[in-house]
Design a protein around this ligand. Sequence first.
Ligand code: AVJ
Ligand code: FE
Length: 441
Amino acid sequence: SEEPGTVPDTEALRRRAADVLTAARERTATLTTCVEEPDLTAQHSPLMSPLVWDLAHIGNQEEQWLLRAVGGREALRPDIDPIYDAFEHPRAERPSLPLLAPAEAHGYVAEVRGRVLDVLESARLDGAGDPLTGGGFAFGMIAQHEQQHDETMLITHQLRRGPAALSAPPPPAADAVIPAAEVLVSGGPFTMGTSTEPWALDNERPAHRREVPAFFIDTAPVSNGAYAHFIADGGYDDPRWWTADGWAYVREHGLAAPLFWRRESGEWLRRRFGVTEPVPAEEPVLHVSWYEADAYARWAGRRLPTEAEWEKAARYDPGTGRSRRYPWGDAEPSAELANLGQRHLQPAAVGAYRAGESPLGVRQLIGDVWEWTSSAFLPYPGFAAFPYREYSEVFFGPDHKVLRGGSFAVAPVVSRATFRNWDLPIRRQIFSGFRTARDAS
Ligand code: AVJ
Ligand code: FE
């Protein structure tokens, strides 16, 4: 087989489902209790929901999928479904909705969770039932949903003005052995996507063979120091580096540096979770739009990797011809392998996490920063929406660009080399960076 397979037993699955739900809830609790009530109900940016909306939305999705659909239980709060339907109300509108107050929202998510753990005790997870519960999928999906909103809430915390509410130890330093700047990935087919990863979401499926011509790819994400050279070289003032849309956007909005950067007395400073500090040159650049990533790459005489190139660099094992679950192999992420799970509140210096490198010697593919690719978000051949069209299908098309690999704010349960994220090319409040590539011919 071209892909790893796993057949865990039902009781182990039940424990794992409970564990990932609990881990998600601990993180949600941190993000929604570290500030006072006014900061939970305020809208800190028109791009984001009030934190208290995310909180009750997490509970409402869990109620709809695990309590009602999987458990067949009576609805707890069907009256609030429309308020927490992300498609009915764009983010900018959400503060004006009759939202549950913080105490009510906390009570609601706790009540849902209590009932869901009861459902989990007797749920059939052996796959003989339906595909929603087989392998514990629905429980994994909802844990991933909560963790994705936890990352969203962390973005809201980064946008919030005022003193720091969160803290974390610094990430590990770069390894003493720094790899070559780029590696050659030889041409040929590889297995992209997955048909065996039990909790993979619909857009990661199915596994399929993809032909990828030979290319070179950076062994690490582009650093702040490298990006500062682009700025100093007049990168933001030179239309040669930008797509027409990108150029129009940076001109109209007067962009001249990554979001949260500020120039003072000849030095770049940045605001990071309420603290202003010098921009560390060795850290991967963060909070850049696709337009900026694409322009930097052109300035550097390079280009962004395609999504297929990124995944081949991350998964392909030339020794066996197989695609791995992660760059380092099939084992779950650990603190030595990748910067994930909000364990640190920033990416690690480029060249860190040597233990997590791919067989081709590419580092920091998983964790640290989301990496923009040149590709639009499109379905794989044989795609089937599951379990709801609004997760992926309605976003397919040329408007959204794919991001890969996950940031320091991504939880392990949402992290794998097949995972696909997407956003508009103007977005940069997300924890986005990039690496570059070039043709080998
Ligand atoms: C996959 C991160 C783009 O946050 O909009 C959360 C994830 N989908 N609730 C998003 C998601 C439904 C989604 N992204
Ligand atoms: Fe959601």
